[in-house]
Design a protein around this ligand. Structure first.
Ligand code: CA
Length: 538
């Protein structure tokens, strides 16, 4: 385990004794113009530029071209709100995920994978499109994926793939109807339920009894075993777990009762940070708030209140045990069908999750536990076993990568870059900086507008008010090499004034290059509030 991982574990508190321890559609001219002028040069290093100009997905012709002429099957397993380190292969202190670990052992684990907006629907739309939220337009959890917007499933379907979506779609709350790009469709309205969800099974709506994770796995296995008429297939399997309300299946419900869990170290080290983080502590998204219903009386800053927090973490984690079983089941099905090694298996999460770091729960902010995601790819024709890829890869990179391995028509004018060169072992040209964006939500008034830049070493975050005037929250600056837990905000230290100017300029450049300036509707930050969100949208 590397040093960063070790520090991360320590920060999570497990080693402690536990006591106090308007939908904007993509329209041609504006996007095409900014893309042509700025996009390529801005997102990645200039060395990659020439390759990208030739067309995304064929960026760097280095290493063996194992996939040439081959059209592999693709299985993309997407979990909801799973932290990057909630897998034993990423160093989790007690959770065992042997089936997910096997994918990593036999493929590549991306140790530094991130989302460009840490929120379910915006991130899912970025996975599908290769675009930032400011451009695909899915800026909150109530907006659906634009029906006229290209996506990697549509590209694969157009190129002859048999395509299926099974499980949680989570874009467009009240609509469970079939979306473009899929031949086969099983989903449900909104969040679904851990038990007995009402699914739309290719137009037939019915309650399917059983635990969600296993129900969608059964559907997935049935479809995998069906006749694809000689075509390669794409399956996207969307899990509900480990999203709230954390409900493990009965056999795992008490798995972690004996694990001692406390608030992490960083929950108590808020000095030097902007005040909104302190303000968040007692809210729906803070460790002293109701923590998704695990605490009935709140706010609770007492030492005894940690019991609720521990149960919240235990339940969250136990739902992932079932996901791991699901991964094993799908793996076995592919093996039985004799297509395992001709299938690209991708395992990812749609955003991270705070489990107490900086006094936070939920996600949305740009600190590491929120933006980091699990990302594993198994495809032995391209990826050597036991690969650990350190470069910073983003959710917007998946679409161009899968379009490339499928030899489908490249997605045009997108922000993401194919990570196929990294899988081949060529890391000579890759991005070293990237841009993060989040817009304040009135329905969840616990996180301000966020605009930030992360480099391989530094992170700079600022919090625009939304009116174009000066920021009203203190910014944050972290040296991630020295301080991976983001305990020491360096923004007030005059020693780093030059670094702040440099990162601020880089952030401005990235915002301009990735459509951020065209996002004219940044909401006004109405402040951190104690009010709970409407029950229907929790
Ligand atoms: Ca999510």
């Amino acid at each position: 385990m590397d040093q960063q991982l070790a520090r991360h574990r320590q920060d999570r508190g497990f080693a402690r004794s536990g006591r106090m321890g308007s939908q904007r559609r993509l329209r041609g001219p504006s996007l095409a113009n900014f893309a042509r002028r700025n996009l390529h040069a801005a997102i990645i290093g200039t060395a990659l530029l020439s390759g990208l100009m030739m067309g995304r997905g064929q960026a760097v012709a280095a290493g063996p071209t194992a996939v040439q002429g081959d059209r592999p099957n693709i299985v993309f397993i997407l979990t909801d709100d799973q932290r990057w380190d909630e897998m034993s292969c990423a160093g989790h202190p007690y959770l065992k995920t042997p089936n997910i670990d096997r994918l990593a052992d036999e493929g590549a684990r991306f140790a530094n994978a991130f989302v460009t907006t840490s929120l379910c629907s915006p991130s899912r739309a970025s996975f599908l499109s290769g675009l930032y939220a400011n451009t695909h337009g899915v800026v909150n959890n109530f907006t659906d994926y634009p029906r006229d917007l290209a996506s990697f499933p549509r590209r694969l379907q157009e190129s002859g793939y048999d395509t299926a979506y099974i499980g949680k779609w989570h874009m467009g709350e009240d609509d469970d109807s079939k979306r473009p790009g899929f031949n086969y469709w099983i989903t449900h309205r909104g969040q679904g339920d851990y038990f007995d969800t009402k699914f739309n099974v290719n137009g037939q709506r019915r309650v399917v009894r059983g635990y969600y994770t296993h129900v969608v796995t059964r559907f997935a296995n049935q479809w995998l075993q069906s006749d694809h008429h000689g075509r390669p297939f794409l399956l996207i399997l969307g899990h509900k777990a480990p999203h709230t309300p954390y409900t493990p299946e009965p056999k795992y419900a008490h798995l972690y009762d004996d694990i001692n869990i406390g608030y992490p170290q960083s929950a108590f080290q808020l000095s030097g940070k902007p005040k909104w983080i302190e303000d968040r502590l007692d809210t729906w998204h803070g460790i002293y708030g109701p923590i998704y219903g695990f605490r009935k009386d709140f706010p609770d800053r007492s030492a005894a209140g940690v019991v609720n927090f521990a149960n919240f973490v235990r339940a969250y984690t136990a739902t992932i045990n079932s996901v791991d079983d699901s991964v094993g089941s799908v793996y076995q099905t592919l093996q039985k069908l004799g297509v395992l090694d001709n299938t690209v298996i991708v395992f990812a999460g749609d955003n991270g999750m705070f489990l107490g770091e900086h006094g936070m729960t939920d996600k949305r902010a740009m600190h590491e536990p929120s933006i980091r995601i699990p990302l594993i790819v198994r495809y032995p024709k391209l990826v050597k076993p036991h690969s650990v890829i350190q470069q910073q890869v983003l959710n917007i990179d998946l679409a161009p990568s899968l379009v490339e391995v499928a030899h489908a028509k490249p997605l045009e004018h997108i922000h993401g870059c194919s990570f196929v060169p990294l899988m081949r072992g060529d890391s000579s040209t890759w991005r070293t900086t990237w841009y993060y964006e989040y817009n304040y939500e009135k329905q969840f008034p616990y996180t301000p507008n966020v605009r930030g830049v992360r480099t391989d070493r530094w992170k700079y975050m600022r919090y625009p008010h939304g009116d174009g005037g000066p920021d009203r929250h203190k910014a944050e600056l972290y040296d991630l090499n020295a301080d991976p837990g983001e305990l020491h905000n360096l923004i007030d230290d005059p020693k780093y004034a030059t670094k702040v100017r440099e990162l601020s300029a880089e952030l401005d450049r990235l915002i301009a290059a990735t459509g951020g300036l065209s996002w004219k509707k940044m909401p006004i930050d109405e402040g951190i509030k104690q009010a709970l969100p409407d029950e229907k949208i929790r």
